[in-house]
Design a protein around this ligand. Structure first.
Ligand code: F6P
Length: 333
């Protein structure tokens, strides 16, 4: 089998895009480098002595792992050298990162450098998630408001999954392509071209321990799945919960399913659990580009107009017909 490297893939994509300057290609190359470096750090595990908590908290009040901070530094370092970004924002930093003097790029990069990091010291898959936006025309030093763009305006989105193999999955708006890291050569190779999510599925993912807090629509949907052949759906369902969004979305891209982290009575004060700009939006773009749907339950995720950098949101995404069903249950409430 002859496989294409991600560099060739990006060059081809640039050639097919009339008027492309090559800037986005270079930015994506730097993101690829960041992910390779994070993969190496994650893969070293306990050998690096970085598996523990730092004793500090990020802006969301979550305990930071040493690897969270290492991954954040890797992303900042790898992505500023090109001078093609106007700004960056991360789950791990309260405010947008100021680029060095004299750097005036045309794009903004938002990322969660190590998603699912509570899994890292038990050797379960974690990932990095990223989203690229255009810096508004004429803006030289982007302010917070410049990052608050709805997901439909994303130019590119993707994730790296540090699992049993390291994969990079990206979209630039023409479908979703997946690459596997060849650790021998250090190259990401195109192994999963044009990934598609099946419209139907019998697999759901939700943290069941929150059941008593859920809104009625989610209770009804999960109840019916759990009833299986003896309930209104008439078929048995399977459940998965890795507690690593990247791993759940990856599974859904490969074999379908639905992932739900709804707003519920426990997280309503924060607006939900997952972050809109660097978790939900990039995943929503990937899922839509692969033929699935991504919703809050009541509206299309990608159309939400953000009001804060670290805003949280209700997330229901995956196989089209299952997400539609959940949306119907919300409308019937
Ligand atoms: O920060 C987000 C995250 O780690 C996701 O990757 C994952 O889906 C979720 O949190 C897990 O949440 P919980 O610990 O409530 O199951």
């Amino acid at each position: 089998m002859s496989l294409m490297t991600i560099q060739h893939y990006l060059t081809r994509a640039q050639q097919q895009h009339a008027g492309a300057t090559g800037e986005l290609t270079l930015i994506l190359n730097d993101i690829v480098t960041s992910c390779k470096r994070v993969a190496q750090a994650v893969n070293q595990g306990a050998l690096l002595g970085t598996m523990g908590d730092l004793g500090s908290q990020n802006v969301q009040g979550e305990v930071q792992k040493a690897l969270d901070v290492i991954a954040n530094t890797i992303f900042l370092e790898s992505n500023q050298a090109s001078g093609l970004l106007a700004g960056m924002a991360s789950e791990e930093m309260d405010d947008p990162y100021l680029m060095p003097e004299g750097v005036h790029g045309r794009y903004l990069l938002l990322f969660d450098p190590l998603d699912g990091s509570s899994n890292v010291n038990v050797n379960i898959s974690v990932g990095s998630i990223f989203s690229v936006l255009r810096c508004p025309e004429g803006v030289v030093q982007p302010q917070l408001a410049d990052f608050l763009q709805p997901g439909v305006q994303q130019v590119c989105a993707g994730y790296a999954l540090y699992g049993s193999s390291t994969m990079l999955v990206i979209t630039t708006g023409s479908g979703v392509d997946g690459f596997t890291l060849d650790h021998g050569t250090g190259e990401f190779m195109l192994t999963h071209p044009q990934m598609r999510i099946p419209d139907d599925s019998r697999e759901f993912a939700i943290n069941m321990s929150n059941q008593r807090h859920w809104p009625p629509a989610i209770k009804r949907y999960v109840d019916e799945c759990v009833q299986g052949t003896s309930g209104p759906r008439g078929v048995d369902f399977n459940m998965r919960w890795v507690a690593s969004m990247v791993a759940e979305v990856h599974r859904i891209l490969l074999r379908g399913g639905i992932f739900m982290y709804p707003m519920d009575n426990k997280n309503a004060a924060q607006g939900g659990r997952l972050r809109l700009l660097y978790e939900a939006n990039p995943m929503a773009m990937l899922v839509e580009q692969a033929g699935g749907l991504a919703s809050t339950g009541r509206q299309r995720l990608l159309e939400l107009v953000p009001h804060a950098l670290h805003q949280r949101v209700s997330v229901i995404l995956g196989s089209r017909h299952e997400v539609e069903r959940v949306q119907d249950y919300f409308s019937a409430e």
